[in-house]
Design a protein around this ligand. Structure first.
Ligand code: NAD
Ligand code: AHE
Ligand code: ZN
Length: 375
């Protein structure tokens, strides 16, 4: 079938709207009509050429929601008409990683996913007879896509696609980093670096967990009001603090008789490796945990003095907020529908597919929190 897609033709070039061909679902696969998709910074990261796994031409997008319109042979858990959120971290429930109960990083199809292919090693998308790569196993920047059954979370039918698509990445990543990865406890002190589409969800996750002091750090002063809107208690712009950001933050978090300072939990939501170091070093001696969420470009490395770890600070990372998609995503949709978490105010812009590059421009300009393409 012909589908409308935003094609990533080359690194660093705007997406091109094109008609591409899509083959139907094979064994264990489903055809999804994508109704809405968010634009995440990771799409920009890959389009920029910084992603070591970036492949071109490709159909990017990994934050979607839609409806099953056809099922391939052997599909058991989904049927036509089901509402779903595509999962870039699938949940097969039978690979060693899923069975370990120690991680959400299902390994069933990660190899072919990283090669921009479906699990059988081929692509369903093509243009002019030439294959086009899938992206993160989702390719939601097309009005139809094919997904493995294990990479679809079935959700309730009354949830609005143009809002819950954000649960496909940003919302789950931010809230999950707090709840699943850091396991933040009531009364904790936390620092969030980068108050964009992910950082604000970390902040609402911290509010949900009952954190007492929630410090937001961003270079953009406009983010102060945004952070406060979701529970941030203090804001710091590093440009106004100079080179002494870490001691400044440690000083802000001093409490107790020993007055040592440092946060119980810090979160990097920038993808900047220097910020990742600051986030670790702003943790409390003995127990502070720093969670890396941001994705850094090819060749980038993190550094710190080993003494930081010797003295009890912990460096962790999280993908998709540690969420097991088929199990956890429907619950997060319920939380949204029950008013337990907020999504609507963070979706600052919506646009048709034809205007998708405007969504990337708004992100570059720091003017959007989330842009959502509605098909
Ligand atoms: P975004 O562009 O919406 O927000 C980034 C924010 O960081 C902006 O507010 C920006 O002003 C701020 N910032 C940039 N440099 C900074 C610095 N040096 N100090 C303080 N603030 C700074 O991006 P997003 O969609 O929120 O994504 C954030 C990061 O998370 C990206 O690297 C993205 O690729 C990554 N990500 C990771 C996962 C995961 O599963 N680990 C999931 C989604 C996104
Ligand atoms: N391909 C990159 C890494 C990109 C990355 O870390 N992706 C995150 C999700 S970001 C969503 O916005 C992730 O889930 N990682 C785990 C995985 O298996 O990809 C690289 O550096 O090669
Ligand atoms: Zn994302």
């Amino acid at each position: 079938m012909d589908v409308r897609a935003a094609l990533a033709v080359q690194a660093g070039k705007p997406l091109e709207i094109a008609t591409v061909q899509l083959e139907g679902p094979k064994v264990g696969e489903v055809l999804i009509e994508i109704k809405a998709t968010g634009i995440c910074h990771t799409d920009e990261f890959t389009l920029s050429g910084a992603d070591p796994e970036g492949l071109f031409p490709a159909i990017l997008g990994h934050e979607g929601a839609g409806v099953v319109v056809d099922v391939g042979p052997g599909v058991v858990s989904l049927k036509k008409g089901d509402h779903v959120i595509p999962l870039y971290t699938p949940e097969c429930r039978s690979c060693p990683s899923c069975l370990s109960r120690k991680t959400n990083l299902c390994t069933a199809i990660r190899g072919t996913q990283g090669q921009g292919m479906m699990p059988d090693g081929t692509s369903r998308f093509s243009i002019g007879g030439k294959p086009v790569h899938h992206y993160m196993g989702c390719s939601t920047f097309a009005n139809f896509t094919v997904l493995p059954e294990i990479a679809c979370a079935k959700i309730r039918e009354d949830a609005p696609f143009d809002k819950v698509c954000y649960i496909g990445c940003g919302v789950t990543t931010g809230i999950g980093a707090v709840i699943n990865t850091a396991k933040v406890e009531e009364g904790a002190t936390a620092i969030v670096f980068g108050l964009g589409g992910i950082g604000l969800n970390v902040i609402q996750g911290l509010r949900l967990a009952g954190a007492d002091m929630i410090i937001g750090v961003d270079l953009n002063n406009d983010k102060k009001a945004w952070g406060e809107r979701f529970g941030m208690t203090h804001f710091v712009n590093p440009k106004e603090v100079g080179n002494d950001l870490v001691p400044y933050l440690v000083n802000m978090t001093k409490r107790g008789a020993d007055q040592i300072g440092g946060a119980d939990y810090t979160f990097d939501c920038t993808g900047n490796v220097n910020v990742m170091r600051q986030a670790l070093e702003a943790c409390h001696r003995g127990w502070g945990e720093s969670i890396i969420i941001g994705v850094a470009g090819a060749g980038q490395e993190i550094a710190t003095r080993p003494f930081q770890l010797v003295t009890g600070r912990v460096w962790k990372g999280t993908a998709f907020g540690g969420a097991r998609g088929r199990t956890d995503v429907p619950k997060i949709v319920d939380w949204y529908m029950q008013g337990k978490i907020e999504i609507d105010p963070m979706i600052t812009h919506t646009m048709p597919l034809d205007d998708i590059n405007k969504g990337f421009d708004l992100m570059h300009a720091g003017e959007s929190i989330r842009s959502v393409v509605v098909y």
